[in-house]
Design a protein around this ligand. Structure first.
Ligand code: PLP
Length: 353
């Protein structure tokens, strides 16, 4: 029999692709496994997308995403030249590994962190080294200053939900003047302080944001990066060597509208945070260990069950949460914050378990 992989590029069979959380197709699930927002996007987003649908769809979209980048620039007091738009922040992170990290040394990131980082590193052929979180799941920042070709970490970290103080971020920037430091702020709006104000002083800082979590638009696939113009230009070079039109016309229209509806964003974010605080109290009351969360999810351990046992017993009751493989991850499950009603239902089931 012939080898089914005979046509593949060398090394492709060695890649270990990212495995996204399950997206069940039937109804009736309480879905708390991929950190989506329980609230719909702003009505202004839907309006803007409908309007965009009505015209110019035969034409390619603006390859520069100019209006969306302007909306980001206005919101964060930057110049549009300091903003890069991408098809989800996952795409931007993949471009960034190619644009900044192929420099002959190791990329550094925490050992318990976003599981896409090692995937990007392997896919771009960048050697990497992970630095171990301490016993309280804190990132040991001093270790991110060893010789490297780049540093990346989320703030708040995922899946721990722990935030990082800006002073620590700044130390990493100061200690790494010759490499790019990427702060992945996918969850920053739920309780951490953004590093964006540091961009003015650190040309090696790239801050990455997404519409997927705090703006209820995981389905639209839009993220953006903010940093020195030189960094943005590097990302553009990578993008334009692959596909100049990564952000489609509807996505650009919806994304700009989302950035301009600050009131709606503040209201839904506040609701998620309030629900999280209630849920954490409920968890602690029934004996769970909860890592202090600044995100729209909690990282929590049952006193006796393993994370996968917990996940299975919730699954049987049509509640989806996430657990991870790896050292020190045996006990903690990651539970996204849904509505108050959803989290009350989860607490009830956990109480039975
Ligand atoms: C969700 C997430 C992203 C990716 O978001 P996109 O949907 O691709 O914009 C990036 N980093 C972290 C840490 C995330 O949790």
């Amino acid at each position: 029999m012939s080898d089914p992989n005979q046509f593949w590029s060398t090394g492709l069979d060695q890649l270990a692709p990212y495995v996204p959380g399950e997206q069940p197709q039937g109804g009736g699930w309480i879905k708390l496994n991929t950190n989506e927002n329980p609230y719909p996007p702003s009505p202004k987003v839907i309006e803007a997308i409908q309007e965009a649908l009505g015209s110019r769809m035969p034409m390619y979209p603006d390859p520069q995403s100019s209006d969306f980048r302007q909306s980001v620039a206005d919101r964060f007091q930057l110049l549009p030249e300091q903003v890069f738009a991408g098809n989800g922040s996952d795409e931007i992170l993949a471009f960034a590994f190619k644009a900044f990290f192929v420099r002959g040394q190791e990329v550094l990131f925490p050992d318990i962190s976003y599981s896409f980082y090692p995937v990007y590193a392997r896919a771009t052929g960048v050697p990497f080294r992970t630095v171990a979180l301490d016993a309280h799941f804190q990132i040991p920042f001093a270790e991110l200053c060893a010789p490297n070709s780049g540093v990346i970490f989320p703030n708040p970290n995922a899946p721990t939900a722990l935030k990082v103080e800006l002073g620590a971020v700044e130390q990493v920037l100061v200690q790494n003047p010759h490499s790019v430091v990427i702060v992945d702020e996918a969850y920053v709006d739920f309780g951490a302080e953004s590093a964006v104000p540091l961009i003015a002083n650190y040309p090696n800082l790239l801050v990455v944001h997404t519409l997927s979590k705090s703006r209820s638009l995981a389905g639209l696939r839009v993220g953006w990066a903010m940093g020195d113009r030189g960094l943005i230009e590097a990302l553009e070079r990578v993008r334009d060597s692959v596909n100049s039109y990564t952000v489609d016309r509807l996505a650009q229209a919806g994304a700009a509208a989302a950035l301009r509806d600050e009131a709606y964003f503040l209201e839904t974010t506040r609701k998620v945070v309030a629900t999280r605080e209630r849920f954490v109290l409920g968890l602690e009351k029934i004996g769970f260990d909860v890592v202090p969360s600044s995100a729209n999810f909690v990282f929590t351990a049952h006193p006796t069950l393993s994370a996968f046992e917990l996940l299975e017993s919730l699954r049987q009751r049509k509640i989806l949460v996430r657990a991870f493989k790896g050292p020190r991850l045996e006990r903690h499950a990651r539970i996204s914050i849904g509505t108050d009603e959803e989290m009350d239902a989860v607490l009830e089931v956990l109480q039975e378990i």
